[in-house]
Structures are given as C-alpha cells and as structure tokens.
Design a protein around this ligand. Structure first.
Ligand code: FA5
Length: 351
C-alpha cells in the first residue's frame, strides 16, 4: 500500500527534527558536509521522500512537494549558517594560535665594526689626503728589482739582511716593505712633478713572531718628489701628521739612522701618548715612541725612478701600522690584531 500524505508529512517532520539537531551538533565543516550529502544529496533522505510523490493522489502532490522543498531550503540555510560559524571559529582559533606579541623584547644584533688596523689606516689616509696626497697601491708579490735594486740595495748588499725575505723565485718575492710602490709610481709619473703619494699595504718578512713582530704586517709609505723639496718639509709634514693622529700636544724628534734608499735618513719618534712625554712603562721610561723611518730620497733612487736628481728632490717615510695601532689602542701584543676573536675585536670598537 502506498504511504498516505499524512504519514509522509509525519516522516518529513521527524526528518526535520533529526536533521536540525544533527546539523546543530556538527563540530567541523567536514561533518556539516557529510550531513548535507546525507540529507540533501542526490541519493539523500529528502530525495528518498520525494520519490514517494508519484504514489500520492494528484491533488496531494503539490502540497507534499512544497513541504519537501521548504524543508530542503530550511536545511540548506541551516547548513550554510553552521558551516560559516564553524569556519569563523576555526579562523579565530588559528589567529589566536599565530598571534605575535609585539611587546616581547627582540633579539639584539651585534653590530659589526671595522678592524682596528683598518681604522688606523683610514685615519692616516684621511690626514694625508687632507694634505693633498693621493693613495697608491702595488702588488704583494713583487720583483726583486723594485723591492731592492732600484731602491739602491744591489744583490749581495749587506742591507738586504735588514729585511729577511720570502722569495718565490730568484727574481720574485713577497714584498718586504711598501717602498717598491715608490719606484712604480715614480716610473709612471717621471718627469712630471709634484708626486705626492701614500701607499698602504701588507708586507712580509721572515721575522719570528713575538709581541712586537709579525711575519706579515702592514706599512704605509709616503713619498713626495718635486723641485726644492727639503728636509724641513719632511719634518713639518711629520709634525703635522703626528699632531693630527696622536693629539695637538704631540712632538716629534728625528734621530740619525740609515736606509739605503734615503740620504740623510732618520728614525722618527713621537712623545709617548700614554704619559705625554714624562716617562712610563709604555715608552720604557724614555718619554718617546719610535713610529717610523724617513729621509730624503737618495739620488740613485730618483734616477732609478726616471727623475733627474739635479732638478728634483724628494722625501720619503715608512711606518708600521700595527706599531701605531698598538700605541693608539694601548695593545701590548701585536698578535692581538690577528686572532679573529670577536671579543678582542669588540673591545676596539669603542676606542
Ligand atoms: C722600512 O721598511 C722602510 N721601507 C721605511 C722607510 C720608507 C724608510 C721610506 C725611509 C724612507 P723598517 O724596516 O724600519 O723600514 O720598517 C718600518 C716599520 O715597520 C718599523 O718602524 C716597524 O714599525 C714596522 N716593522 C718592521 N718589522 C716589523 C715586524 N716584523 N712586525 C711588525 N712591524 C714591523
């Protein structure tokens, strides 16, 4: 016997009650979707109820059809609302979980700083650039002729012992000082004047490493060539340099010395920056610190550089950057500059 309209409507109501409860109780969007398929799907509960339509008397069909469609719409609305509510809750939960507390303290980044030797080189460069000098550079691997011969140090000359060298071939070595850049620059510039350069760079010697010596260290060379350049120009330049680098009170003194490439030659001392010249442990109680070698360019060196020593003259000086940095930063062991220990390097930042 086909079901009566009343029976079908009663079933429709029980389906409504059950579906409304289940949709309300669904905890996830997936569960909601499963209910949609179960009740509203092609082979779902409502489709099953609709299949009885044909068995009903013709006058009852529209009312039952409308009732099923009304339930379909009601359930569709409820499912949509439930799904939206669940998705909103999930989004809210995710936002809560991913929330960033902008009031938490950040991680401090250690700022980098230039190496103390670079700081000293730049300070010295600035001073000489201010006096009209130009920066020149040469290769670390140098020809014997530029490193020695054209600087008036022939082969077998005893002065070669002053700078024990690393030879790569008979004619090529790691430069032992920055003076070969003088030769290169003179050859490039002669006979034009004035030539005013400073040349910073690494140099290499077969010295045993200790507190004041390193097999590789840094020098800055200075060279001026022009007409009428005199020893007093050299002294005035170095006085100005020392005052700018170590402070206005600084004085210098020149002691006679010997370099094959300068004549006359001098060792240059500055008043001790630790005690101001009264004597202390740093200056070994002399009040003076030796900082550089200097002199008037030897006529033979001018000639080897392409200049006529009867027409032009020049002065030159060469300083050890580490020595200056040790004085400036109060460092008592040169090896501190090469350890690459961030704690040591950090201690120079504030200087
Ligand atoms: C020279 O090298 C000369 N070319 C300097 C010069 C240039 C004189 C122009 C005249 C005219 P000297 O060998 O003295 O000179 O070295 C210069 C400086 O380098 C020294 O005063 C010292 O500060 C530094 N020095 C020398 N040997 C070492 C070493 N093994 N480790 C660290 N610094 C050194």
């Amino acid at each position: 016997m086909p079901p009566s309209l009343e029976a079908l409507k009663a079933e429709l109501e029980s389906v409504r009650t059950k579906a409304v409860q289940e949709i309300d109780a669904a905890k996830t969007p997936e569960a909601v979707e499963a209910l949609r398929v179960r009740y509203l799907g092609k082979k779902g509960v409502l489709a099953g109820l609709m299949s009885h339509l044909r068995a009903l008397p013709a006058e009852a069909r529209p009312s039952f059809g409308q009732a099923v469609n009304a339930l379909r719409e009601a359930l569709e609305d409820q499912i949509g609302a439930r799904r939206a509510a669940l998705e909103a809750a999930a989004l809210e939960a995710r936002l809560q979980a991913e929330a960033i507390d902008v009031t938490l303290p950040g991680e401090a980044l250690a700022p980098g700083a230039r190496h103390p030797l670079s700081q000293v080189i730049e300070a010295i460069e600035d001073i000489f650039i201010g006096m009209g000098y130009r920066i020149a550079e040469g290769p670390d691997v140098e020809w014997d002729t530029y490193n020695f011969e054209r600087l008036n140090i022939p082969k077998d000359h005893p002065a070669r012992d002053m700078q024990d060298s690393f030879y790569l071939t008979d004619e090529m070595l790691l430069r032992t000082h920055t003076s070969p850049v003088q030769v290169r620059e003179m050859l490039a510039m002669a006979p034009r004047t004035p030539l005013k350069i400073i040349c910073p760079g690494n140099v290499y010697r077969r010295d045993t490493d200790d507190a004041t010596h390193s097999h590789m260290f840094t020098q800055i060379e200075g060279l001026v060539v022009g007409e009428g350049v005199r020893m007093s120009d050299l002294k005035g330049t170095l006085e100005q340099f020392a005052r700018r680098l170590f402070g206005e009170e600084t004085k210098i003194r020149l002691r006679p010395s010997y370099f094959p490439f300068t004549e006359p030659s001098a060792e240059v001392d500055v008043t001790c920056s630790a005690c101001g010249g009264t004597g202390c442990r740093v200056c070994k109680w002399t009040g003076w610190l030796e900082v550089l070698g200097a002199g008037m360019v030897h006529p033979k060196v001018l000639e080897a550089g392409g200049y006529d020593p009867r027409r032009v003259s020049g002065f030159a000086f060469g300083l050890g950057v580490e020595r200056i940095a040790m004085i400036k930063y109060g460092v008592d062991d040169i090896r501190q500059f090469y350890v690459n220990d961030a704690r040591v390097l950090r201690s120079f930042v504030a200087c």
